[in-house]
Structures are given as structure tokens and as C-alpha cells.
Design a protein around this ligand. Structure first.
Ligand SMILES: Nc1ncnc2c1ncn2[C@@H]1O[C@H](COP(=O)(O)OP(=O)(O)O)[C@@H](O)[C@H]1O
Ligand SMILES: O=C(OP(=O)(O)O)[C@H](O)COP(=O)(O)O
Length: 377
């Protein structure tokens, strides 16, 4: 029987397809503000040096062993959560499926997508559902808006989503309410309706049960494919599982692998040549590198020097057989920008989620899903 004892997901994509475009300044608040908790995380830890933290070290070792053990193609290990792959046309035809994805992509000042990795990562699940005749109600957050904020609308994602899925995606102006209900009612089998940013409601992040019930009332069943948000217990990731059965994991969620010297009024926005040298020397002695968080504000070329140097160093080491794992939306965008994403061993869409998993924490967005039913072979 599959064991549910170990935490299960570390979502990875092989980095083979180039992103739609390369460099631009991101509009997301997580990219222009410094999260204090994140920045206070020691750099060594953000780079994945586990030695200073035995618990983290043990978890990293276990995950990497799983990857190296070659358990399945692309180092993917099944997890003990029911998967969307177990649902066939008999389960899906004509059914309304609420899909939570992480489409939190970077946008430039003109609302152009500057890295579409997260959109591409969501496509296999959506295609499986529509090919089996389901009506897909697709939801995501974008950035960290406080209330309805037009610049965090999901509207700019519609053309790329439609192109990748191969059908025209319909966009709702809201995520709940009568207009959405009407659009759901007119959705054909195999159609896709994209809801507006779920974080336009404060109830989303509060995991308000009444709000979760409203979201869930749109659909018959739930698929969570938002790895980047799996460490958040929000209404659209965790709350809806209470009202939608089955609640299953999407294909992306299923994949597993394993200055204080700065004067007041100044900001450190990049690492300098000495730090690049120190990191490079330390990296030379590693066999596995997990990188989460760029070295500076790489969206600006002036502050991209450290990030580029480390990205190139990792690319170099990757070529020498070192396992290189990149986690997080911005880190993925950074290696895409440098043009070395395709040589890394693995690309993960989740930054914070990956780190919490490595720390041995359970991810609420995964925990809430149905268990897989073991099948004798
Ligand atoms: N020293 C710094 N000061 C301010 N912002 C920074 C600094 N270093 C990096 N950043 C910004 O932090 C963001 C990366 O955030 P993070 O959440 O760690 O990455 P990821 O999305 O890969 O998990 C990028 O937009 C980057 O510009
Ligand atoms: O960008 C994300 O995560 P990341 O910054 O850890 O890569 C996810 O979309 C989660 O976003 P959140 O940290 O605002 O919940």
C-alpha cells in the first residue's frame, strides 16, 4: 500500500522549452518589495546549503536520493494523493471541474508576460480535463493585491493560455457571483472559463468557509495543480476541498523529487564580485544545488550581475554532472533571462512551497486532497 507518511510533493519541470520572452521588469509586488522573512533567510540556506541545518539536510538528502534513484521518468515519484490522471471520461464528461493553478506569472509595465513557465506547467492537467469532456473552471491568484486591483487582473493571460490549450479561453470578470454562474452554465463540454484573480477577495487568504463554499458551488469536483501555492491554506486551495468530492491533485502537483554593513538609507540590491567568488568556490565542492531566490534585483540589468554569474556557474556545474534544481517563479525567470534554464537538471515552479517541503513540513494544499486508492499490480 502506498504510504502517506512522507511529505510528498516537490514539483519539478524539466527545463526544455524556452519561455515566451526574456527580460523585463516585473510588476508583481513580490518582485518589487523585499519580503522581510525571505530576506532574513540566510543566503546559504536560500542557495540550498543544508549542512548548517541538520533537519533540512536530512530532508534534502532524502529528496535528492529519490531523484537519483531514478524512480520513474524525469525523477518523478507518485504521491499518495488521488490524481487527475485516475479520472477518465466516465468521471469527467460534462462535469464542472474547479482547477486551482498557480498562474502568478511576471508581467512588465505593459502587462506583457515576461516568463510563461507557470502557464505552460498548468497545461497538461487542463488538456487532460478538456479531452475527457470536462468543463474547466480555471482559477489562480496573481501577485498580492489588496482588494480589486486592475493591474493584477488575469486578463493578460488569456491569449497565451488560449494559444497553449488550443481553444479560446473565456474570461470572467469575477471569481464568484451571478455573472460567473451564467458563464459556467453556458460553458460547453471541453470548454475553459478563467475566473478573475481569487485574491481580489480578502476572504480567499483568510480561507473563509463561506467564501470557499461560494467558489465550490460553481463546480462538481476539484483539481489542485497550484504547486507554488501548495503551502498556503487558502479558500481556493484548501477551503474548497471541504465541499468538492473528489478533490484530486493535478499532474504538476503530482511530480516529486526528490548585510548588516549597509549604511542607513542605502539598499543592497545585488551581490558584489567578492560574494560571487565566495559562492562560486563553495559551489565547486557540491554535488547537488537547490537555488531559491535570485541574488539581487535581477529585473534591472544593473543589479543582475550577481544573479547572472551564479546562474552561469550553475549551468557550468550542471554540464559537469552536478544536480541543479531551481525553485521559485523569480528564480526560474532569472535563469530564463540568462538563457541557461534548459541546462539545469530541474526547474520547480514553487519557491516557498519547495523550501517548506524540504523543511519537512506538510503542504496544506496537498494534505487536503483525497488519498489515492492503491491498486494491486
Ligand atoms: N537585495 C534585494 N533587494 C530587493 N529585492 C531583491 C533583492 N534581491 C532579490 N530581490 C528580488 O526578490 C525577488 C525574488 O524573490 P523570491 O521570492 O526569493 O524568488 P522566487 O520567486 O524565485 O522564490 C526578485 O524580484 C528580486 O528582484
Ligand atoms: O510566486 C509564488 O511563490 P514563490 O515566490 O515562492 O515562487 C506563488 O505564486 C505563491 O505566491 P504567494 O507567495 O503570494 O502566496
Amino acid at each position: 500500500m502506498a504510504s502517506a507518511a512522507a511529505p510528498t510533493t516537490f514539483s519539478l519541470l524539466h527545463s526544455t522549452t524556452p519561455a515566451s520572452s526574456s527580460s523585463a521588469t516585473s510588476a508583481s509586488p513580490s518582485r518589487v518589495q523585499l519580503s522581510s522573512s525571505l530576506r532574513s533567510r540566510p543566503l546559504a540556506r536560500r542557495l540550498g546549503f543544508a549542512a548548517a541545518d541538520p533537519l533540512l539536510a536530512a530532508n534534502v538528502a532524502a529528496r535528492v536520493a529519490a531523484v537519483r534513484g531514478g524512480k520513474g521518468a524525469r525523477g518523478v515519484v507518485s504521491m499518495a494523493k488521488k490524481s487527475v490522471g485516475e479520472l477518465s471520461a466516465a468521471d469527467l464528461k460534462g462535469k464542472k471541474v474547479f482547477v486551482r493553478a498557480d498562474l502568478n506569472v511576471p508581467l512588465d509595465d505593459n502587462q506583457n508576460i515576461t516568463d510563461d513557465t507557470r502557464i505552460r506547467a498548468a497545461i497538461p492537467t487542463i488538456k487532460h480535463l478538456i479531452q475527457n469532456g470536462a468543463k474547466v473552471i480555471l482559477s489562480s491568484h496573481l501577485g498580492r493585491p489588496k482588494g480589486v486591483t486592475p493591474k493584477y487582473s488575469l486578463a493578460p493571460l488569456v491569449p497565451r493560455l488560449s494559444e497553449l490549450i488550443g481553444i479560446q479561453v473565456v474570461k470572467a470578470e469575477d471569481s464568484i457571483g451571478p455573472e460567473v454562474e451564467k458563464l459556467v452554465a453556458s460553458l460547453p463540454d471541453g470548454g475553459v472559463l478563467l475566473l478573475e484573480n481569487v485574491r481580489f477577495y480578502k476572504e480567499e487568504e483568510k480561507n473563509d468557509p463561506e467564501h470557499a463554499k461560494k467558489l465550490a458551488s460553481l463546480a462538481d469536483l476539484f483539481v489542485n495543480d497550484a504547486f507554488g501555492t501548495a503551502h498556503r491554506a487558502h479558500a481556493s486551495t484548501e477551503g474548497v476541498t471541504k465541499y468538492l468530492k473528489p478533490s484530486v491533485a493535478g499532474f504538476l502537483l503530482q511530480k516529486v523529487v526528490p548585510a548588516s554593513a549597509i549604511p542607513d538609507g542605502w539598499m543592497g540590491l545585488d551581490i558584489g564580485p567578492d560574494s560571487v567568488k565566495s559562492f562560486s568556490e563553495a559551489l565547486d565542492t557540491t554535488q547537488t544545488i537547490i537555488w531559491n531566490g535570485p541574488m539581487g534585483v535581477f529585473e534591472f540589468d544593473k543589479f543582475a550581475v550577481g544573479t547572472e554569474a551564479i546562474a552561469k556557474k550553475l549551468a557550468d556545474l550542471s554540464g559537469k554532472g552536478v544536480t541543479t534544481i531551481i525553485g521559485g517563479g523569480d528564480s526560474v525567470a532569472a535563469v530564463e533571462k540568462v538563457g541557461v534554464a534548459s541546462v539545469m537538471s530541474h526547474i520547480s515552479t514553487g519557491g516557498g512551497a519547495s523550501l517548506e517541503l524540504l523543511e519537512g513540513k506538510e503542504l496544506p494544499g496537498v494534505l487536503a486532497l483525497d488519498e489515492a486508492v492503491p491498486v494491486a499490480v
